[in-house]
Design a protein around this ligand. Structure first.
Ligand code: PDD
Length: 313
């Protein structure tokens, strides 16, 4: 089998060189579209149903009708994965408003553009799990919920890209954005958790975050382990009082934070910032349980039969 990127465009798998989208596509012109990133373990798409539900939700929040049913999307995903040939893969499903004349009116675009990219999962730098990452609290504020709801996983990522640029300048692996009220929100492509006063804490949906699927899995595991869990509104001071901090995302899973700095105007911290214990007890427990959760998901899905890998009829 050929191994490379697998691409599905609109209604079939195509070679990468033929996977072209019009310059009049409103996804390109205006960032008008939505997407999902999934992780494939041993040929099984982890949390496929949840990702498809979120795709549907993002689309409905911008009044975009998906051009395929969930079942059709699943079939397209499996075709793409087969074309890609990697069992441990990165998978992205994108739906844009489609091609149409210049102008913002969605009705200018009669047919959404649909594509899937599946490719080998690039390994994360090993160090990040052992040594932890540097997280910088940046100036860029997370989009106001009432302006562009972070629940919409849209193609318009400039908010996050601006934060990412700041993180890079600060030599940090990830940026942490505050919301307009100065409360913690989320990273550029991750959610944040911290441990203080015996509880696991994470900004709640009211803070203007994308409700990460990894975040939900971690919350479920933490409750199962009888940890005290608080979803709420937290300040920078709350975070500075933490004994453990970690971030979560589909691709990275659970990653400990070992250094926290503030790169906000007028607030630059001297020296190296807060040093946290690398992967404290709770972080380590959750990292291990998350891996177990993935393994059992993969096993259960495979046990349901090869034709059902990753999906139910
Ligand atoms: N990003 N917050 C934002 C803004 C994100 O973009 C992501 C995911 C997350 C974590 O969500 P999840 O656990 O469902 O991956 C939080 C993906 C990985 C991406 O942009 O490709």
């Amino acid at each position: 089998m050929e191994t490379g990127a697998g691409i599905y465009l609109n209604d079939k798998v195509v070679p990468l060189a033929e996977a072209r989208v019009s310059v009049l596509d409103h996804g390109f012109l205006y960032g008008d579209g939505v997407y999902e990133t999934m992780r494939v373990y041993g040929g099984v798409v982890f949390m496929l149903e949840e990702h498809l539900a979120r795709l549907e939700k993002s689309a409905s929040l911008i009044e975009l009708k998906l051009p395929k049913s969930p079942r059709q999307i699943k079939l397209a995903i499996f075709e793409t994965l087969e074309a890609c040939g990697h069992k441990d893969a990165y998978l992205r499903v994108t739906v844009s408003r489609g091609e149409g004349p210049i102008g913002l009116d969605p009705e200018l675009c009669p047919r959404p553009t649909f594509f899937i990219i599946a490719d080998r999962l690039k390994p994360q730098p090993r160090d990040i799990y052992e040594k932890g990452i540097h997280l910088a609290i940046v100036n860029t504020r997370r989009n106001l919920k009432e302006a562009l709801d972070p629940q919409i996983k849209s193609l318009n990522f400039l908010n996050n890209i601006r934060a990412k640029i700041e993180a890079k300048k600060a030599d940090a692996f990830e940026a942490l954005m505050l919301n307009h009220r100065g409360h913690l929100s989320e990273g550029t492509t991750s959610n944040i958790f911290f441990v203080s006063e015996g509880a696991l804490r994470t900004p709640g949906p009211q803070c203007g975050i994308l409700r990460g699927i990894t975040r939900d899995v971690v919350l479920t595991i933490a409750r199962r382990l009888d940890m005290k869990v608080v979803e709420g509104e937290f300040t920078v001071e709350d975070l500075l009082g933490a004994s453990e901090v970690f971030i979560t995302s589909t691709i990275m899973e659970v990653v400990p934070v070992s250094r926290l700095t503030i790169s906000m105007e007028g607030n630059r911290m001297e020296g190296t910032g807060i040093k946290l214990s690398v992967a404290g007890e709770i972080t380590r427990a959750l990292m291990a349980e998350y891996r177990k959760e993935v393994l059992s998901y993969v096993e259960n899905t495979k046990a349901a039969g090869p034709s059902l890998w990753g999906f139910t009829e």
